[in-house]
Design a protein. Sequence first.
Length: 386
Amino acid sequence: MSSSSAPPSSASPSSRRITLREVARALGVSVATVSNAYNRPDQLSAALRERVLDTARTLGYGGPDPLARSLRRGRTGVIGVVYDAPLEYAFADPAAALFLGSLAQSLQATSLNLLLLASPGDPQTDPLAPVQGASVDGLIVYSAAQDSELLRAVLARSLPTVLVDQPVPIDQSVLADHDGPPAQDHRAQTSGVQIDDAGGARLAAQHLMDLGHTHIGVLCLELGPRQGGGPVTPERERQVVYHPTAERLRGYREALATGPSETRLFLTEAERNTPSDGETCTLNLLQSEPEITALLCMSDVLAQGALRAAQTLGLSVPHRLSVIGYDDLPGSADLKLTTVWQPTSEKGQRVGEAMLELLGGQTPPDVRLPTRLVVRGSTAARATTD
């Protein structure tokens, strides 16, 4: 090997980032002219702008660094959506997809983008890292346990924040044991958008009692951090930390308090909000409690699984088993599913509007949207004989 060989360069020319100043030098124009071609095209003639862009492409200049530009402006143009579940779960949940689509539509006119900050799903990964490290202008919490470390981490960021389907903490005690710098008054830059979860659940339970059902099963969404699901003991029910689950349980029990004394609820918890979990929960529940004649499902997705289980067991719906869902998803009408309607699309829109107001320095009032019972063909009077 020749001793005169030159050592390899630490960086090849093609790997080096071309600068705006080099493009200007190649064209013989000012740096401001090149910058205007990207940021203020109305300041240049069409011919000059095209010449700038052609030269930039030839040199390999990809345009202004978006991170540097966002730092100069003091904004990233990104809103983080905190979802306390793995990423694939967010896309598999029809209600979440409908909400996110409506939210994105409400923000797109202002050129804001959404960044989904889902739970890593890996026990070896810090679940707070996505929230703590995200470069965003604001945070939307779509799913988080009450008084959780995740919620504390969100509020500790002191960014414009919208909480969905959970109340806004009244005082800063929620931040008391969170590691990190003290948060500023979060209430002035935090807003809440939720639905009347308890009211909708109350209507659903009352409907079944009016039809004469006294042994009613409940397919619950998660009550707390994932523990495998299964029958809900009184102790487990007291541990509920997810607001929608707590509110729907409250509504069911409030209706029960006004009904016949022999009316009973039999609770089981789904590990995840999927049709297969709804089917498994229903099969197990009806095996252990065969006197059940009706099911209250905390989502239409779980209700889909309940309908599958009824078919597997040869139980006619609604004559042998009545089923009620929650959400009124697209497609529930085709299943003739009695369900509690919630304004999922409007909720996404209102969350987007609240975020825009917070970014504009305003504090919008908290919003509580109505729910209503939609009666279809999956419920009927309790049969007196099989």
